[in-house]
Design a protein around this ligand. Sequence first.
Ligand SMILES: NC(=O)c1ccc[n+]([C@@H]2O[C@H](COP(=O)([O-])OP(=O)(O)OC[C@H]3O[C@@H](n4cnc5c(N)ncnc54)[C@H](O)[C@@H]3O)[C@@H](O)[C@H]2O)c1
Length: 268
Amino acid sequence: MELVGKVTVVTGAAGGIGKALAEKFHQEGARVVLADLDEAALQLVAGPLNSKRPDSALVFAANLGTEAANAALVKTAIDTFGTVDLFFANAGVGSGSDLSTPEDVWETAFNINFNAHRWAAKYLLPEWLARGDGYFCSTASAAGLLSQIGSAPYTVTKHSAVAFAEWLSLTYGARGIKVSCLCPQGVNTNMLKGADVSNDGPSGNVVRVAGAVLEPAEVADVCVQVIRDETFLILPHPEVAQYMVLKATERDRWLAGMRKLQKRVLGF
Ligand SMILES: NC(=O)c1ccc[n+]([C@@H]2O[C@H](COP(=O)([O-])OP(=O)(O)OC[C@H]3O[C@@H](n4cnc5c(N)ncnc54)[C@H](O)[C@@H]3O)[C@@H](O)[C@H]2O)c1
């Protein structure tokens, strides 16, 4: 899909990867709906975009970890711009660790890292299926294909995000629905900066770096290329494909390697 003239929605657009995606889509000629929890930060992203092209960027502030907020986001985008061509479910949290993680942290992780994708798709698909066109992108993580050392909630919710994106693609691909899933390793964002390597500090954020740390703008460039090609997997760190091959073909060797890595990172 070429983005010029398209209506796009990006969640988690107040900063990091989402902000870079929204800015890149806008630069490519799209109108953008910027959604996140943080209205003030969203306004700071939207301001320069609207200065460049009036009424081309809309702010939608809400907790997207609910069905109602996702329904309202889709409705607002359609009411304002007439349609949604591409929806990028990117908002996410990196919280949680092991079996001691409190239930509410699991719930928040599931709601924003996975359920939000399902809820958005639920309200997008009727219009998309009626016109035989629509593009759903989601941000999972390399952790959704491999694993996340130190975080069961992140691993499991990101696997759910990948599984859901695959299911959408195979179920509706023949009816004009395009799906891509972004699965990066380290990206230089607040989530990564807040990573709590000791695993017992205040942030509870356990995203751990593997591979090169990319800038959000580099990730957004790769996304636009993959969206142009309309292929499924967005791998800004191409080596992740090799890790997937090892995981698929030699599962015990892959697990042994991950245990060694865990010992290096966590000390056990
Ligand atoms: N940074 C990395 O290394 C990395 C690697 C792989 C995947 N990811 C994924 O990329 C996505 C973007 O993260 P980022 O790295 O840009 O971090 P970030 O913290 O800068 O961005 C996440 C955004 O999501 C928003 N958000 C969180 N919960 C929300 C909610 N309930 N409702 C609305 N907005 C909410 C936050 O306010 C924030 O602006 C996430 O899904 C993350 O899991 C990040």
